[in-house]
Design a protein around this ligand. Structure first.
Ligand SMILES: [Fe+2]
Ligand SMILES: [Fe+2]
Length: 220
């Protein structure tokens, strides 16, 4: 599961960049980048990796994944508080550091315990299948915190499609100049509903293609 470790390394580098950031604007930018990467990563784990772990390790899979899902929930809660916060505000830095601590703990539990155990009970072909599914889930995951969405399938996956689309619309709006952002929330919701259907169709098409296409291997 090299993709998991690569993603953890990227998150760790962003934490180091935060510590060396020259000003509040840079810190805010780094936290925004880290947030969307961490949330997509965690969503893919909750949707693909943890169910596979529970399926293959029924003896202790539920306890460990419930613990890590609890950490993901705390990360979602904190990132929701941070997403519109001013990096210069009191308490911002404390919240960011709590997120870092949770991500570090999460990565250690996954890399040191969960993944080695999973690798010991499934063959390479199954690992590649899990890795491919994890990558597909990450590619279509929501990019913003949604702490009130369930952390387990099918609830998280059902909520994810429209949220992923509306998040990407908001991400696009955030990149526009301020004066060009006047899109009504009704229009965003309508686009999200249409986009959700389109994403669902895309996922179905990708699934059909994946039967014929060669696997795309262990890469980020
Ligand atoms: Fe995680
Ligand atoms: Fe992880």
């Amino acid at each position: 599961m090299a993709r998991q470790s690569d993603d953890h390394a990227v998150l760790h580098r962003l934490m180091q960049q935060y510590e060396a950031a020259p000003d509040d604007e840079a810190r805010g930018r780094i936290v925004a980048d880290l947030a969307q990467r961490a949330l997509r990563h965690a969503f893919a784990e909750e949707t693909v990796l943890f169910p596979a772990y529970r399926q293959h390790l029924p003896g202790h899979g539920d306890e460990l994944t419930a613990h890590v899902e609890g950490e993901h929930q705390q990360i979602n809660d904190l990132l929701e508080e941070l997403q519109d916060a001013d990096p210069a505000a009191a308490g911002y830095d404390d919240r960011v550091r709590r997120v870092f601590t949770l991500i570090d703990s999460d990565a250690r539990e996954e890399e040191d315990v969960m993944l080695p155990r999973l690798q010991s009970v499934v063959d390479d072909e199954e690992l590649r299948t899990i890795g491919d599914a994890w990558e597909a889930a990450r590619a279509t995951a929501p990019t913003r915190p949604h702490p009130r969405v369930p952390r387990r399938p099918p609830g998280n996956a059902l909520a994810a499609l429209p949220l992923a689309v509306s998040d990407r619309i908001k991400d696009g709006l955030d990149r526009l100049p301020r004066g060009a952002r006047r899109v009504s929330s009704a229009a965003v919701l309508a686009l999200a509903a249409c986009g959700g259907a389109a994403v669902a169709a895309g996922v179905r098409r990708r699934r059909r293609r994946s039967v014929r296409a060669p696997r795309f291997g262990l890469r980020r």
